[in-house]
Design a protein around this ligand. Structure first.
Ligand code: SAH
Length: 528
């Protein structure tokens, strides 16, 4: 015959091969173990022939090309095309995978996955092929999408939404307000021990509380802490008292120097300092003014250098170690009287106590209609005071009644809240601080003479400011035990003359025992 380049195939051999065809047409020969009969002689055919094909084809000029493909390349046109397609697709997919991987730094993208699948599993059946083509198309599409922004920088992993939509922002505001309101109520309606452990367990609550508090302060016409900062600056510069008699003028307390210890230092304790606005304003001036500011709150708010974490009912301060104690809106907690008694303990004799509170918190038990049960029941907007619907009929409180009650409570609360936030004092609620002043007198505090009428400052629409001095022995509370000792101390006025102490009244004398803590109503804030 003729020689085919690179291959020495004789027609004889081709004939032999056609004989093998019948062997090849049968199912795959079973594996024969070495030594087994018939194991050796038959050489394993190199190419697989398709079953069902005629094996009796002679090679001639016309069919040589076909036979070449069929026998040597092992497939017909269709099969070859399929293989070629598969090869192309695998190549294409590989290329796409590389591109996709280059553009997708992290993880396996859909494109890469599809490409990988295509590379690893060339299509064998039509079904497989279709699947593969589909996957390839998807891969290509994905890769294109990725490719369309080749120069885009790698996106940061899961970035927080950079800008909130107006709706999201409004919802966030509501959430902050709601959290603040809840925490605020908690502080006002529980004993400080509970508040202390609550904030100790969850310090983030403190941050939440102050975020809300700051928002409230922003809408107030005046922040009392600013007044205190100004007063300290003014009085801190004075060294000598004026020649006039104390209390001659009105609100002239700022003409008097700050109380100081023997070394001329004035130690100021800001009790319930919040985010230590007072300390922040005054610490830079401490040398100039000769002051030291100590700040205490339930949490240090991330400012441990300024704020000491403590329950102000239990201060880490020595007796008589403070010259000025300040409660600026800090008489929260159902045991606020304990705070006052603690202030008495840490203040030195003639030390000053400054109190700023929201006007509408003050309750005068003697002017609440003289109801049975005494002043302990007087917190007027307390829900518990209202008669429950259904109670008259003696029947149980139904669902409708409950809903109505809730509605009423909310309406009433709204009215109360308007007082605080809008700075609108309800006319019917004349602020009367008499009972409060009396409770403090029993704890050894007198209104400060130097301030005259201004010792109770009602000028502000929302707040009352009061100036007390530790000038008499406590006759009630934990410091009453110290009264004998205190009485030994000779009290003198600015000119060194002995001060007449008021007649000592025993706490039990002619007094109905009631919870004085109820003299200040809890204060809740309106949500904007
Ligand atoms: N005096 C600050 C903050 C007023 S808000 C100002 O005027 O800006 C009242 C603060 O009193 C809150 O920070 C609250 O945490 C704190 N407070 C309430 N009860 C307290 C307690 N028992 N011990 C310490 N701080 C208390």
């Amino acid at each position: 015959m003729f020689a085919v380049k690179g291959l020495n195939v004789s027609t004889d051999k081709l004939k032999v091969e056609t004989e093998h065809g019948s062997v090849l047409a049968t199912p795959m020969p079973r594996t024969v173990a070495a030594g087994e009969e018939g194991a050796a002689p038959k050489p394993k055919p190199k190419k697989r022939k398709r079953a069902g094909r005629s094996n009796h084809t002679d090679v001639n000029l016309e069919n040589v090309a076909d036979l070449w493909e069929k026998v040597i390349e092992g497939g017909d046109n269709k099969a070859r095309k399929a293989r070629e397609d598969a090869k192309k697709e695998a190549h294409k997919a590989k290329k796409q995978k590389t591109e996709a991987t280059e553009n997708q730094p992290e993880g396996t993208t859909a494109a890469a996955e599809a490409a990988e699948a295509a590379t690893l599993k060339p299509a064998t059946t039509l079904k497989d092929k279709k699947k593969k083509i589909k996957a390839d198309k998807k891969a290509a599409a994905d890769a294109t999408t990725t490719e369309s922004k080749p120069s885009a920088p790698t996106p940061a992993p899961a970035p927080a939404a950079p800008k909130l939509t107006p709706l999201q922002a409004a919802m966030r505001e509501k959430l902050i307000s709601a959290r603040f309101r809840h925490l605020n109520e908690t502080l006002y309606t529980r004993p400080s021990k509970e508040a202390f452990s609550l904030f100790s367990d969850s310090p983030e609550m403190f941050t939440e509380y102050h975020e809300g508090f700051r928002r409230q302060v922003d809408v107030w016409p005046e922040n009392p802490v600013n007044g205190y900062i100004a007063d300290i600056k003014t009085r801190g510069k004075l060294r000598n008292a004026p020649r006039t008699r104390p209390g001659d003028g009105t609100s002239e307390g700022t003409k008097y120097p700050l109380p100081r210890d023997r070394n001329g230092l004035c130690t100021i304790a800001d009790l319930g300092c919040g985010d230590a606005k007072l300390a922040e304003a005054l610490v830079p001036l401490k040398r100039k003014l000769g002051i030291e500011v100590k700040s205490y709150d339930l949490q240090d708010g991330g400012k441990p250098e300024l704020i000491t974490r403590a329950d102000i009912a239990n201060l880490p301060l020595k007796e008589g170690s403070v010259d000025v104690a300040i409660f600026c809106l800090a008489l929260m907690g159902t045991n606020w009287i304990d705070f006052v008694e603690e202030a008495y303990r840490v203040l030195r004799w003639k030390g000053e106590l400054w109190v700023a509170e929201i006007k509408s918190r003050f309750v005068d038990p003697t002017k609440q209609g003289g109801k049975k049960g005494g002043p302990g029941n007087v917190v007027s907007h307390s829900v518990g005071n209202r008669r429950k619907p259904g109670a008259a009929s003696g029947g149980p409180v139904g669902k409708k009644d409950k809903a109505k009650m809730k509605e009423e409570e909310e309406a009433e609360e709204e009215q109360q809240l308007a007082v605080h936030v809008d700075g609108v004092e309800l006319r019917k609620q004349e602020t009367d601080v008499t009972a409060f002043v009396e409770a403090l007198r029993k704890r050894g505090f007198l209104l400060q003479r130097e301030y005259g009428h201004g010792a109770v400052d009602m000028d502000n629409k929302m707040f009352v400011k009061m100036h007390f001095v530790k000038a008499v022995p406590a006759i009630k509370g934990k410091c009453a035990d110290l009264k004998k000792e205190a009485l030994k101390t000779t009290q003198t006025d600015a000119k060194g003359r002995p001060i007449k102490t008021p007649k000592f009244i025993d706490a039990a004398d002619g007094e109905a025992s009631f919870n004085e803590n109820a003299l200040l109503k809890p204060c809740v804030y309106k949500i904007r």
